[in-house]
Design a protein around this ligand. Structure first.
Ligand code: RP5
Length: 167
């Protein structure tokens, strides 16, 4: 099975990005994480992206804050799908990262999740691999069924609580 790469612009992004890594690993998918910056280590970021496909990766997740050009820069050097995570922080509290990541000009797409949306980035990466991995597809369906059961249980508990309040 192909691997998923998780690239972050700084180790200060790890508290957010760790949730993407955990999500990917919870599906039994191999995940490799690196710190590469589009402006501090542009050559390393480019080299990773250029060799990612031949190194066995199927999707790249790229997370950065502030003027976040990492996901776009990675996407420019590969045709693998790239998922961007805008990371909260700085004076604009993530709005700058959101716009920098999501507003890619036509030609180089970045599938952008919400600010700090690391869990969804992990899930989307697994969903992309699951297109050609039936076993992963089943795991995704099982997770959704478990999530649904949790919400229904909460609904039933709320109903009981309200009934008790009504006496
Ligand atoms: C971005 O600048 C990083 O992705 C991080 O979110 C932000 C701050 O980086 P540090 O100053 O904490 O290294 O490049």
């Amino acid at each position: 099975m192909k691997k998923i790469a998780v690239i972050m612009g700084s180790d200060s992004d790890l508290p957010v990005v760790g949730k993407a890594i955990d999500t990917v690993k919870s599906f039994g998918v191999e995940c490799e994480a690196h710190v590469f910056s589009a402006h501090r280590t542009p050559a390393e970021a480019k080299a990773f992206a250029e060799s990612a496909e031949e190194n066995g990766f199927g999707v790249i997740i790229a997370a950065a804050g502030m003027a976040a050009h990492l996901a776009g820069a990675i996407a420019a050097s590969t045709t693998l799908p790239v998922i961007g995570i805008p990371v909260r922080g700085g004076m604009l509290d993530g709005l700058d990262a959101l716009l920098s990541t999501v507003q890619m000009p036509p030609g180089i797409p970045v599938a952008t999740v919400g600010v700090d949306g690391a869990v969804n980035a992990g899930l989307l990466a697994v969903e992309i691999l699951a297109v050609s991995e039936p076993e992963l597809k089943e795991k995704l369906k099982a997770k959704r069924a478990a999530d649904k059961a949790k919400v229904l249980a909460k609904d039933a508990a709320l109903e009981e609580k309200l009934a008790a309040m009504r006496g």
